[in-house]
Design a binder for this molecule. Structure first.
Ligand code: PLP
Length: 376
């Protein structure tokens, strides 16, 4: 069989074998509708509510503050639309480097509700300048909704979430953070943090696609995004994706036992790639910051490669899956909004390598050799 090296774990991760087992057994044995009052329904409801308890414990909050959704895009849309339509906020502060699930929701819902959006100016490693955020909060804090990504999905940059939460609250602003890439690698104790809302998506931490969650500190302040049969305590109608939820919760339980080991391993892989690029004299610059960066992600700019999908496609031909930060589908040569922001008019190509505990050091060495051959 053709050899494949998967270094695109920020896009999605493979299902953990134990997650597959849990999903198979849930699919086989739990078929009732959690809203039905008969025994089959009660069994399904039990799986649902036990899952909710585990998620709540993981985030150190109460089960009444966590809600299952179909994905993080839906979770982000729910929170942002509700904020924009609540009449409570006249200002939004965000960054041009947010994931489209946040950026486009803000653009859409703010314009239909006459809300003013302030875009911060992160540096070209994605770092937010708190000195820029503070005066904006000082002038409009109480009427402001702030949305900033916790761990950047393309660059890996980590936001000082505790400081930003405190700063927002000091000035009466609400703070939402897209924590999709953090779940499974950084513990988030939401009660201690006092953050207003966060979101997660199972397929980023070895769970299934099509299932996610949101944490809401004050659920009563949030309006549903989808109306219908009042599931999820009226927050998200639609029969729950029980198999997906069971899989996501199994994946979270595995995070609890495996996280430290996983991080240790991906740090080794990240450093090996970084050092290898230097040792092999492959001309490059790091887009990811060298400090306060999620070890899962290493984003590198190759000046010697044309700003097209040529490098990406040739890596794929050589059996290596990485991301070029393309806006939409593979084959598109349009640079992502991130690349356009951090390297406007650049002639070279940025590549995001994202690691998993399933990758090996030997895979990194092979990737380095291929890069050397393709770039030099
Ligand atoms: N936010 C971030 C930071 C992401 O990386 C992603 C996925 O790429 C999303 C949101 C959207 O997640 P989902 O695929 O669950 O809608």
């Amino acid at each position: 069989m053709e050899r494949r090296i998967y270094l695109d774990n920020a896009a999605s991760t493979p299902l953990h074998p134990e997650v597959i087992e849990t999903m198979m057994s849930t699919a086989k044995n739990i078929f009732g509708n959690p809203s039905s009052i008969h025994r089959e329904g009660a069994m399904a409801k039990n799986v649902l509510e036990e899952s909710r308890k585990i998620l709540a414990e993981y985030l150190n909050t109460s089960a009444s503050q966590v809600f299952f959704t179909s994905c993080a895009t839906e979770s982000n849309n729910t929170i942002i639309r509700s904020a924009c339509e609540s009449g409570r906020y006249q200002h939004i502060i965000t960054s041009p480097l947010e994931h489209p699930a946040v950026l486009k929701s803000i653009q859409y819902y703010s314009s239909s509700n006459s809300i003013q959006v302030h875009y911060l100016n992160p540096d070209n490693h994605g770092k937010i300048n708190l000195d820029e955020l503070t005066p904006l909060l000082e002038s409009n804090g109480k009427n402001t909704f702030v949305s900033l990504i916790h761990t950047h999905n393309e660059l890996g940059t980590i936001l000082p979430i505790r400081i930003v939460t405190e700063l927002c609250h000091k000035h009466g602003a609400m703070f939402h953070s897209d924590t999709v890439q953090s779940i499974g690698l950084i513990d988030l104790n939401v009660t201690e943090l006092k953050i207003d809302s966060i979101v997660g998506s199972a397929h980023k931490f070895y769970g299934p696609k099509g299932v996610g969650f949101m944490y809401l500190k004050e659920p009563a302040h949030i309006q549903p995004f989808i109306y219908g049969g009042s599931q999820e305590r009226n927050m998200r109608s639609g029969t729950e994706n029980l198999v997906g939820i069971a899989g996501m919760i199994k994946a979270l339980e595995l995070v609890k036992t495996e996280m430290a080991q996983r991080i240790k391993h991906i740090k080794i892989l990240n450093e090996r790639l970084r050092h290898g690029l230097v040792e092999l004299n492959i001309p490059h610059e790091l887009n990811s910051p060298t400090e306060d960066c999620l070890p899962k992600i290493l984003n590198v700019y190759f000046d010697k490669s044309a700003n097209t999908d040529w490098l990406l496609m040739n890596l794929d031909i050589e059996g290596i899956a990485v991301s070029g930060g393309s806006a939409c589908s593979s084959g598109s040569e349009k640079a992502s909004h991130i690349n356009e922001y951090i390297r406007p008019n650049s002639l070279g190509r940025s590549i995001r390598f994202s690691f998993s505990h399933l990758n090996t050091e030997e895979e990194i060495d092979y990737t380095l050799q291929v890069l050397k051959r393709l770039i030099l």
